[in-house]
Design a protein around this ligand. Structure first.
Ligand SMILES: Nc1ncnc2c1ncn2[C@@H]1O[C@H](COP(=O)(O)OP(=O)(O)OP(=O)(O)O)[C@@H](O)[C@H]1O
Ligand SMILES: [Mg+2]
Length: 277
């Protein structure tokens, strides 16, 4: 479990980026921080692995105050997938993935072997292992970024808009891949995005942020969708525009779901894949 206890962050120059932020992030679940640009998401994420230190307040991991832990050692046991993949351009794919294990003194040959397995895990062909990041597509780079984050086999994986820079189809593919990985790997994932649909798809717990890292609402996707806490949340999730409201309408071929604008949204099926209506 990761716990933020009244955390405040003020950068030199006075900007108060995060103010009195408290949150419990449960283990082995995915928590998604979602908010618009500048709401403090990256700052919150980086305070977990001490790339940024809070001005006041405390962050605990499994009851241990991170301020008392050695930052470099802490960073090596927490996976971090950076905004825009963060790959090292002068290293090949395999060496990008193996960097942290080698720093952690895993023998090079072993680290390389493990890295190849990780390429399989994230769905990358091994033939790409000796390429440089610039020789990969955006989606492939993002996958290498995820493999790199998993390389030290961390219990905690921090992901900062990892699928931001790819087209919607690749993005959907990567999201599905992450859902699959999460059932397999069972990590504590803290995922940052500004896309509310992505947050609802991936999050066990969703945290909606306003400016200054103020929490507008915390809950499961169902809880937030069924009862937005404030007008801000309702607007943010699109509920006020009726975007989330689906109703059933009869058509000659059977019942279909329509959205608030009357556009066909799809059909309702039961868990066995058959029509539910
Ligand atoms: N090192 C820094 N020094 C001063 N101000 C900073 C620093 N890092 C971030 N900020 C400011 O803190 C605020 C929050 O930044 P942060 O990067 O956490 O936002 P974000 O929610 O991740 O935004 P985005 O969605 O654009 O990535 C911004 O106003 C930013 O300008
Ligand atoms: Mg950011």
């Amino acid at each position: 479990m990761i716990e933020f206890c009244s955390v405040t962050k003020q950068f030199p120059g006075g900007t108060l980026v995060v103010e009195d932020f408290s949150l419990v992030i449960p283990s082995r679940k995915t928590t998604v921080l979602v908010g618009s640009s500048g709401s403090g998401k990256t700052t919150l994420l980086r305070m977990i692995n001490r790339m940024v230190d809070p001005t006041s307040g405390r962050i605990e991991i499994d009851g241990e105050d991170t301020a008392l832990l050695e930052p470099v050692a802490l960073r090596r046991r927490i996976g971090y997938v950076m905004q825009n993949s963060g790959l090292l351009p002068h290293l090949t794919v395999i060496n990008n993935v193996a960097t942290v294990p080698v720093l952690n003194r895993v023998p090079k040959k072993q680290a390389r072997q493990d890295a190849l397995l990780l390429l399989d895990t994230v769905g990358l062909d091994r033939s790409l292992a000796d390429r440089y990041p610039s020789q990969l597509s955006g989606g492939q780079q993002q996958r290498v970024g995820v493999a790199r984050g998993l390389a030290a086999d961390p219990n905690i994986l921090l992901m900062d808009e990892p699928f931001g820079a790819v087209d919607p189809i690749v993005r959907a593919e990567l999201q599905t891949e992450l859902l699959r990985l999460q059932t397999e790997l069972d990590k504590t994932v803290v995922f940052v995005t500004h896309d509310i649909d992505e947050a609802f798809l991936l999050g066990d717990q969703v945290v909606i942020l306003e400016k200054g890292g103020r929490i507008a609402q915390v809950g499961s996707p169902t809880e937030i969708l069924s009862a937005p806490a404030t007008d801000f949340v309702a607007t943010f999730i699109g509920a006020d525009r009726g975007k989330r409201e689906l109703s059933i309408r009869s058509s000659p071929s059977g019942d279909i779901l329509v959205d608030a604008d009357g556009r066909a949204a799809g059909v309702l099926i039961d868990s066995a894949g058959g029509p539910a209506l």
